[in-house]
Design a protein around this ligand. Sequence first.
Ligand code: SF4
Length: 623
Amino acid sequence: MTDLWPQLSALLPQVARPVRYIDHEFGAVHRSDFDDPSDTSFCMVYPDTYELGQANQAVRILVNAVNAAPGMWAERAFLPDADFCDLMRQEGLPLFSLEGCAPLAEFDCVGITLPHELAATNVLEALDLAGVALRSVDRAEEDPFVFGGGPCSYNPEPFAAFFDCLCIGEGEEWIVEVVGCVRNGRIAGKARTGILEDLARIPGSYVPSLYGPAPVPVETGALIVPCSDAAPRTVAKRVFNGFAESSGWEPCIVPFADLVHDRLNVEVLRGCSRGCRFCQAGMTYRPVRERSADNVVESVLTGLATTGYDEVSLTSLSTTDHSQIEQILVRLGSELSGTGIRVSIPSQRLDAFGVDMATLVAGEKRGGLTFAPEAGTQRLRDVINKNVTEEDLFNAIDASFKAGWRCCKLYFMLGLPTETDDDVKGIASLAQRAYDCAREATPADQRGRIQINVSCALFVPKAQTPFQWCGQIAPEEAMRRVNLLRHSVKYKGVRVNWHDPSTSFVEAIMSRGGRECADLVQGAWERGSRFDAWSEHFREDAWRSSAENLGLDVDVMAHRSFALDEVLPWQHISCGVSLGYLRLEHRRAMRGTTTEDCSFGRCTGCGLCQDLGTAVRVREARS
Ligand code: SF4
């Protein structure tokens, strides 16, 4: 493979933060470490800068999985920042892998994770910088196979044209199988189309080029149907069944550059069955699987000893729901006592955050405290099935402020289905009463430091959720509600922050759109859109101009509600939770009826365990 280092190093003095473009970080694995460089090569790309992508779990898991498998090896790549993208084009330097500084176009396979919908134009920026054809249909026999995966794969259609094969679900085992499939196909001298058909036979694989529009969607129950026998009618998600038994210690790289999340991450639990009706991960990462306390404690201690990090995060969708979380925290507390190492829990459910948990998490160095009531009234919390009460919030605030916290972030969403102005004002009232509760729990001489930060995102309807049929409110209406909230807050100690509705608007188009979105994305990119998740780079005008050019009404695409019997753009993709269950949950939401968490109660019939043929497992409710 070509070594681009001489060309790259000459340009580094001209760009911001060049440290993110050099490799040899502690723990990095180099192909020279492998005995047969002719093995099949894979480059894992994070479609944003190194600071954001290096700590990404998918990048670490997939690179480790390929490097651990025979006959293949992997390297990483990140999208350079905007200044370097422009300089690279000017100087003719193609996108390169970090470890070997090799052109991406020379790899056999390239993987691009899709962390969120706003990464779409960055996918094109990366492919274009790499000199790889933007669309699968335009790739030549020797071009890399471009794989995709991650949260956006549950409605893959807006991205479909740009990928040769997408992973629906979890990639730990899938990535080795698809890279192996390319390897075997090339060794056997198979044509690209033959290898694509082989890829489609691997469970969890979606090969968009083997599908086309359904002649009569209502008959087929899908807008997209196979046009090859190799392609399954419905692509069922891939589940990593070995998660619980697998070690929580994933060899990781300690970077030179400062990262957004610069700490050791140990995934303790996968999946969540709380059933929040807006939450895609809550539906798509089922079933719930836990790593045992022994596994977690050993993984944390190994990770800290290997990396030298002074902070470890116990990651999952709902870490305080782990059935052994207190045992884990007690054991880590004693093992790490006096070391100054912080153990943080990124996702605390406020109904699981009592005094004991607060004290255990507080440990020696307190991290940020975040609770997510999501809605300002009990009526709306029942509609979204959040299953938490005001009392839960006030108990958690009381416990954490008694344990020494003085600042707390409260997450809410605006624009949730059925939301009224009373619900918006309810956010202000709830936050102010949380402040009053914090004051009660705080010694008088420290009350001046109390801060409640209200952070509001705009609801984005997501595929594979009970709210997938709901439209998004218009950005103007979103700002009217933001201002209503701001004017309803009277306390100085309560601050209100909100996300820019225009970026959430593009997210909604991409999360509910079909194949027509590929032209929209490419048009926006050609008009200069990239780094759309960064407010300083986001270009709504480019998206709207692209839509106008294509005759697409993006307002309707984002705002209109789908009928419950309408065939949806992603109906050929299954996350295991049945369409019937999602419809049932939608109707229950509109009635304001809640559904219990099957982990702590009875099976509520989402269909996944039956679909997977796995036993329904009920966890012991924590005391
Ligand atoms: S099938 Fe039942 S037990 Fe299994 S995840 Fe769904 S609701 Fe829970």
